[in-house]
Design a protein around this ligand. Structure first.
Ligand code: TYD
Length: 253
């Protein structure tokens, strides 16, 4: 049974989520907690294909792109995330399927269906931090920091659509963070949100993290990774605000 905690960092490029993930990891480690920093796309077979594609201006067909992200996630969950959760670690993940919902949704797939499919297959994290930033500001930050340009994903009109879908996500575990603020202000908001989830967790002598036995936090947890029975009920609770279909319709899996 899953014992760890999964926290996903989401947002458009330039929203500062990766910087905040590193800061949060350092702060949690200082508390003696056992942290795994990871992210998607990965550096595995599918992740490499995605990055190669992202650096060109020729986009692969949207079906191919979606399939690559899903295959990459499947491997990442199986080989990295789930074993860490089973070992009781706190996993901080830079992007997950909410990116697929937003980015591939902005390419024309139905965001509600993408979300329903992902939740049916992968369950859901304990906490999603959505770093909300104006796309123009995000792109300006990306330009300012230089580095690898990804023209495929970094075009303003496209990112406006991506941001809209992110903003319409209304899953119960999602906390919106105003990412337009200063790095320290954002870090404080991140800390507050994470404390709400990790507050009942303490480190153990073995270096692993364990839920505090008297904590209410564990009882509130909705994560369904290893508890299929919970999956459907958490799916029933999940809704999108902006006119997407009802997620309660039968999944085709
Ligand atoms: P990014 O987080 O920028 O990776 P890195 O900084 O390590 O290169 O992700 C690369 C791009 O992939 C990013 O623009 C968003 C996009 N993406 C999707 O379109 N769908 C997805 O499911 C994921 C995980 C990412």
């Amino acid at each position: 049974m899953k014992r760890g905690i999964l926290i996903v960092f989401e947002g458009i490029d330039g929203s500062g989520k990766s910087t905040q993930l590193r800061r949060a990891a350092a702060a949690l480690r200082e508390r003696g907690l056992d942290i795994l920093e990871t992210g998607e796309p990965t550096k595995g077979t599918w992740g490499r294909k995605i990055r190669e594609m992202a650096r060109t201006t020729d986009r692969v067909p949207r079906e191919t792109e979606l399939a690559w992200f899903i295959k990459d996630r499947r491997e990442h969950m199986r080989d990295t995330v789930l074993p860490a959760l089973e070992a009781g670690r706190i996993v901080l993940c830079d992007r997950s399927y909410f990116s697929t919902v937003a980015y591939q949704g902005a390419r024309g797939f139905d965001p509600a269906q993408l979300l329903a499919d992902a939740r049916a297959e992968f369950g859901h994290p304990d906490l999603v931090l959505f770093f909300d930033i104006d796309p123009e500001q995000g792109l300006a930050r990306v330009a300012a920091r230089g580095g690898q340009h990804e023209p495929v994903f970094e075009e303003l009109n496209y990112l406006e659509r991506v941001a809209e879908i992110f903003r319409g996500l209304a899953v119960p575990e999602l906390v919106r963070i105003d990412a337009g603020k200063s790095e320290d202000e954002v870090a404080a908001a991140v800390r507050a949100a994470i404390d709400g989830i990790v507050g009942g967790v303490r480190s153990t002598d073995s270096g692993r993290t364990r839920r505090h036995p008297r904590s209410e936090v564990g009882k509130r947890r909705l994560c369904a990774f290893s508890r299929p029975g919970l999956r459907r009920s958490s799916l029933l609770r999940a809704r999108l605000q902006i006119g997407f279909d009802d997620l309660t319709r039968p999944s085709h899996r």
